[in-house]
Design a protein around this ligand. Structure first.
Ligand code: NAD
Ligand code: GLY
Length: 359
């Protein structure tokens, strides 16, 4: 097992990464109150809920569960309310803990519920997808979607602890594993060319689900994220770089309807668009752009999206949280392994980068 810490002063918390983690022992110091609400979904519950219920019960906790339907389309206010219903009807107090057991959808919703319930209760992340292990479970961004924009309603709520257990990835569909690899590739492209070389060398085994290599990829990804979150928790600066590919990706996801393309798939094509625009700006070479496409393809991820009318694509991009004073800001690559954020890109080139990477 490897351990990382997100250094946030008195809110510092550990990320435990390994296979077949001893959840009872690892969770014990991080759940102070007696009441624990496990939020999960109908897919993850039959696989892992019993294990965590046993661990929590053995710790003497009073445990309730809230099992939500599975899917990004349920990451909304109506289904968030089911968590509040469960907390209130079980008589939970302010010292309770909400434990997210699932992928990013469950983590984001459970975390937001923890942020709001009685103005904030404790929160624990047990991410069960690769994407949630390398990204959404770390850093405290929580929230839900609105029909007019993804993740538009939310709060920062840091967890007490994150348990990333590689053994949970054995049941993960291949497509979901690839979606997680997209976020891993993101860390390499935005800040670590050595990691990019490592990924190029090991992609085949990562795709095959090798738990040791996956743990290494999760560790290296979380190390990047932990460092950035510690220096810019509320995204006033550097943290925005973690959104490489996301402004384009959110437009793809929103246009196609939540849940039709996976978040990681949309981010993958979004990163190609960002790299394409960076190449058009003369910042990265054509060879670099091809390298970006190749690593994304090698992870079984799409490098083009379905045809989306440009005006609609742009309208979705305009809803992005990085828009400041009405001005779109994009995360682009000054060079491979060095991301930058700003508005100093050519708008016509941006249109071309979007259109060039559609079917
Ligand atoms: P997800 O939560 O929808 O999970 C993907 C699928 O895998 C679901 O069907 C789920 O039930 C299933 N699943 C989960 N664990 C499984 C397991 N171990 N075995 C078998 N099936 C399993 O999707 P995701 O990719 O984990 O997360 C995407 C969400 O995360 C999006 O809503 C995105 O906006 C959000 N996100 C948030 C942040 C953040 O910083 N908060 C960062 C990135 C993404
Ligand atoms: N997923 C981007 C962030 O957490 O900031």
């Amino acid at each position: 097992m490897q351990t990382l810490h997100v250094e946030l002063g008195d809110r510092r918390y550990p990320i435990f990464i390994g296979s077949d983690l001893d959840s009872q022992q690892l969770l014990a110091p991080y759940i102070s109150g007696k009441q624990v609400m496990v939020v999960t979904n109908t897919t993850v519950a039959p696989l892992y809920l019993e294990h965590y219920l046993d661990a929590l019960t053995a710790l003497g906790k009073v445990v309730s569960t809230c099992v939500l339907p599975d899917g990004e389309q349920y990451k909304n206010i109506e289904h968030l309310n089911l968590i509040f219903d469960a907390l209130l009807s079980a008589g939970f107090n302010r010292d309770c803990t909400v434990l997210a057991l699932g992928g990013g959808v469950i983590g984001d919703m459970a975390g937001f519920a923890a942020a709001c319930f009685q103005r904030g209760v404790y929160f624990v992340q047990v991410p069960t997808t690769l994407l949630s292990q390398v990204d959404s479970s770390v850093g405290g961004k929580t929230g839900i979607n609105h029909p007019l924009g993804k993740n538009m309603i939310g709060a920062f709520q840091q967890p007490q602890v994150v348990l990333a257990d590689m053994s949970h990835l054995k049941t993960l569909p291949k497509r979901e594993l690839s979606a997680g690899l997209a976020e891993i590739i993101k860390y390499a492209l935005l800040g670590d060319t050595e990691f990019l070389v490592w990924l190029e060398q090991h992609m085949e085994k990562l795709l095959a689900g090798d738990p040791i290599l996956l743990a290494e990829a999760v560790y290296r990804s979380c190390a990047h994220k932990a460092r950035i979150v510690a220096s810019d928790e509320k995204e006033q600066g550097e943290r925005a770089l973690l959104n490489l590919g996301h402004t384009f990706g959110h437009a793809i996801e929103s246009y196609l309807g939540y849940g039709n393309w996976l978040h990681g798939e949309a981010v993958a094509t979004g990163m190609v668009m960002a790299a394409d625009l960076s190449e058009r700006m003369g910042w990265i070479s054509t060879v670099d752009l091809d390298r970006v496409k190749k690593i994304i393809q090698s992870a079984d991820l799409p490098i083009v999206c379905p045809k989306i009318p440009l005006d609609e694509f742009l309208a979705y991009m305009a809803h992005d949280k990085k828009v400041l004073n009405g001005q779109l800001r994009l995360v682009l690559l000054k060079q491979l392994g060095q991301a930058t954020i700003g508005s100093d890109f050519d708008v016509e080139s941006m249109h071309q980068a979007i259109l060039a990477n559609q079917q």
